[in-house]
Design a protein. Sequence first.
Length: 153
Amino acid sequence: MNGRQTESDNPMAPQTKQARRVPDKYVDLVRAFPLRPIRTEEENTEAIELLASLGRREPLEASGRDYLDVLVALVERFEEEHGPMPQVSGPAMVRCLMDGRGLTQAETAKAAGIAESAFSEMLAGKRKMTAKHIRALARFFGMSADVIIGDCE
C-alpha cells in the first residue's frame, strides 16, 4: 500500500449517491415541453394539448406518469392564478374525454360496457347518467367519478 488514503477509503468522507438514470422517454417529454411555470394562455393551451395526447397513449411508464403529474400541477396552478375555468360535467365531460382520446361514441360505449343506444341518449341529454354509468365511464377513462360529474374541486 502506498499510504495514500482515497475518499472511498475514508469513512468520514461524504458519500455521493449514484445519479439516477432518467428514462429516455421522460427526457423526450421534457425536451418537447419543459416542466417550468406556465405563464401565458398559449403555453397553457400547449400543455393541455400535450396532456390530451398523453391521455391517448397506452398506459404510460412510471416516468411518463411522473411527467404527467407535474404537468397537470403546472396547468392547475396557472388556471388557479388566472381565473376559474368553466365547470364541465356529465355529457360534455365525456365528449371531451372521448375527443381527447380520439374515440367514437360506439367505441366508448362498448369499452365502458354501456348499451350504445343508452349512451347515445345520455350524450344527447335525453337520458340521465346513472351512478352505474358514471362508475363504468370513470373506470374506463381511468379517473375519479367526481371528474365526470363535475365535483372535482
